[in-house]
Ligand binder design. Sequence first.
Ligand code: CU
Length: 182
Amino acid sequence: MLTKTKIYGRLVGLGLLLSIASGTPATARPIETGVETTGEFQPIEQPLPLKLAVTFGGLALIGAELWWFLFSKSSAKQAEAGEGVQEIAIAVDGGYDPDRVVVQAGQPVRLNFVRKDPSSCLEQVLLPDFHIAADLDLNQVTPVEFTPETPGQYQFTCGMNMFRGVVEVQESASNSQRNTHA
Ligand SMILES: [Cu+2]
């Protein structure tokens, strides 16, 4: 799973690649050395099919990554309410999946963290709003329980605040008008 930083890095890399392929910015700029003031730099000739291939390949990659970044990333899931406890499993593997959990206020919540990532970065999960810090053992299910009383967005993070997820607490259905949207 890729992080945001990696994606931005790759987009920047692709941009560089494209600008090099089109041959404009880097070669046209004279260097201030005084050796060659005429600015007669010879652009390197590249075959047109190669340029086209690089350009369209790059654009396709950018499109694919944008799609992935915008549409397939965030995974919101509604916790399942059973026996009065809203329960949901969260896979811990290069981040949290789902990274957005929807629960109802006033009902106990149990988040079952399943750590599959050996990186020490993810060995702890923090829910500062609920004063929870839990150690996650590798390949184990670690339940984290709390009862959110107030609707809102509550973050959970790894011990270093690098990976994040959100518990979205909605006003409980019995207290509010029934939601008409899916
Ligand atoms: Cu971390």
